[in-house]
Design a protein around this ligand. Structure first.
Ligand code: 13P
Length: 246
C-alpha cells in the first residue's frame, strides 16, 4: 500500500515568528502517524525550521540546481541540502516553470541530480487552463512526466505531484473526479512507459486549492495518495488536511 503523503509548500512565506506559530500547531496536532508529513520551507529558513520541528515531520527545499557547486549565483545544490540534513526538495513547481521559465528539460535534469545526490524529490507537473480547455491535459502531463522518466534510473525516492495550474492559489480546486481521472491516466502511462511496479508503488499527490473543507472528499479517490498544500499549509487547517484519510 502507498503511504499517504502530505506536503506543505510554504512558498515565499514566513518569518521566524510565523514559523514558530506553524511549528506550534504542527506539534499540537495530533497528526495521523500513518501519514508522511513534509514541509517545504524557504531555503534561508530550512536549518531553523528543522531545529524546532518534531523529528516525525521532514523538511523540504522548494528548489535546487542541477550541479553540486560552482559559479551559479543565487542557487543551492542537493549537496548543500544533504550537508544540512534536508531530505527532500520540491522540483518543477508550476511557479518555477511559469514565473521563472524553467523548462521540462531543466526540471528533469534537476530531478535526476537531486536523486543522484541522495535527496528525495517531490516532482510537480500540471496543465494550464488553456491547455485543459484545448483538451491537452493528458498530452501535457505525459510530456512533463516523460522528460523526468527519460533522465532518472529509479522512481523509489520520488513523489509525483499533479498540480493543475488553474487550481493553484485560485480557490478553484479540481473536483475529486477531475483529479482522480488524471492520476489514473498517469498510472496507466507509468505502467506502459516505466513499469507496472512503479505505476503501483509511486505516490501521486494532488495540489491546487486543497483546504480542510475539500481534502476528505479528494482523499477518498483511489489514486490520490496525498496532497501538496500551498496557502492552507500556513494555517492550523493543515492538521485537518494531514488527517483527511481518517
Ligand atoms: P494552493 O494550495 O495555495 O493553491 O497552492 C498549491 C501549490 O502550489 C502547492 O505546491
Amino acid at each position: 500500500a502507498r503511504k499517504f503523503f502530505v506536503g506543505g509548500n510554504w512558498k515565499m512565506n514566513g518569518t521566524k515568528k510565523e514559523i514558530d506559530e506553524i511549528v506550534a500547531f504542527l506539534k499540537a496536532g495530533p497528526l495521523d502517524p500513518n501519514v508522511e508529513v513534509v514541509v517545504g520551507v524557504p531555503a534561508i529558513y530550512l536549518p531553523y525550521t528543522k531545529s524546532i520541528l518534531p523529528s516525525t515531520i521532514a523538511t523540504s527545499a522548494q528548489n535546487c540546481y542541477k550541479v553540486p557547486k560552482g559559479a551559479f549565483t543565487g542557487e543551492i545544490s542537493p549537496a548543500m541540502l544533504v550537508d544540512n540534513q534536508i531530505p527532500w526538495v520540491i522540483i518543477g513547481h508550476s511557479e518555477r516553470r511559469n514565473v521563472f521559465g524553467e523548462s521540462d528539460e531543466l526540471t528533469a535534469e534537476k530531478v535526476a541530480h537531486a536523486l543522484e545526490g541522495g535527496v528525495k524529490v517531490i516532482a510537480c507537473i500540471g496543465e494550464k487552463l488553456e491547455e485543459r480547455e484545448a483538451g491537452k491535459t493528458e498530452e501535457v502531463v505525459y510530456r512533463q512526466t516523460k522528460a523526468i522518466a527519460d533522465k532518472i534510473k529509479s522512481w523509489d525516492n520520488v513523489v509525483l505531484a499533479y498540480e493543475p495550474v488553474w487550481a493553484i492559489g485560485t480557490g478553484k480546486t479540481a473536483t475529486p473526479q477531475q483529479a482522480q481521472e488524471v492520476h489514473d491516466q498517469l498510472r496507466a502511462w507509468l505502467a506502459k512507459n516505466v513499469s507496472p511496479a512503479v505505476s503501483e508503488s509511486l505516490r501521486i499527490i494532488y495540489g491546487g486549492s486543497v483546504t480542510a473543507g475539500n481534502a476528505k472528499e479528494l482523499a477518498k479517490e483511489k489514486d490520490i495518495d496525498g496532497f501538496l498544500v500551498g496557502g492552507a499549509s500556513l494555517k492550523p487547517d493543515f492538521v485537518q488536511i494531514v488527517n483527511a484519510k481518517q
